[in-house]
Design a binder for this molecule. Sequence first.
Ligand code: GRG
Length: 329
Amino acid sequence: MASCPVTSRESTSAVPSYDASDEQVGRSLDRVRQFIDPRLEAAFRLSDDAPARLADAMRYATLAPGKRLRPALALWAAQACGQPGSDATSLWNAAAPAAIAVEMIHAYSLVHDDLPAMDDDDLRRGRPTCHRAYDEATAILCGDALQSLAFEVLAAGMPASAAGRACLTLARAAGAEALVGGQVDDLAAERGWMLARPTAAAEQIAWMDRINRRKTGALFLAALELGGLAAGADAAQQAALAGFGRAFGIAFQIADDVLDAEGTESAMGKRVGKDADRGKITYPTVAGIAAARERARSLAAEAVAAVEPLGKPAAELAALACWIVSRDH
Ligand code: GRG
């Protein structure tokens, strides 16, 4: 069994053994997809008042073959925080509305990010981007409707006692202080909106970390917190998930930037090499590929350590943290 490649230290982990190989993590993510995709489909059964073109675009963008990392985090967080006697199936069912809602927010952000006014991309998840397959107006409205539907699914699907907190968590993660704010700051550097672009390497790294924590990390963190909430996690369990999520988010983005620099379009299912073309500040462009890989691995090890107190039910989370920094797609 391949163990986590991020650390060479002798494991004293309470997450006894986990396999972070492509095959094993691939199988685990397949199980998530098989569970969540039919539920996502069902969430798109809208009445005739939702125009067919809009509903089609929403399905097209969301059900496209993505990795479903955010649903996986929600379901695996719930699984890692189950109360004694609770079985995995009921924990996944409890966390399903959270898993669906975060994937809808993610899909909306990708649709809007691909628009000509933002990244101007033609390829996403191996297919034409939403505005290429439909048109720009439909893609904008598709993103808007996905965002509303995410909150509807969460409010209707979580138990009444947890729905308010769940919507607050997701709203904060998707809003001006997180996803959207991170996106604005990311654009600021290349669009000349900044009063002073950071120049020293340490300042540039702090600037990137702050963007990545909001643009990428906040939604991962929300997925984990919502999964924990669905399972009735206590404060210590939520703290373990948050520690995992903070490190995971930055590790994921650095690994994604390395793949942008080194990956291939066919493996990634999207355009690569964009960051260098635009003179963008990323960890690899500031610190170099080797240092970027090293930082990603050390953050993944930090994520694994954070969920050690949750024991064996957190094995999938630990394996995913290791896998995201060694993947090629
Ligand atoms: C437009 C509000 C708004 C935000 C956009 C998500 C985002 C912010 C931009 C997309 C481009 C990008 C580099 C985002 C960072 C997060 C990221 C790498 C998203 C891709 O996530 P994966 O790899 O995608 O989980 P799949 O397709 O597998 O779900």
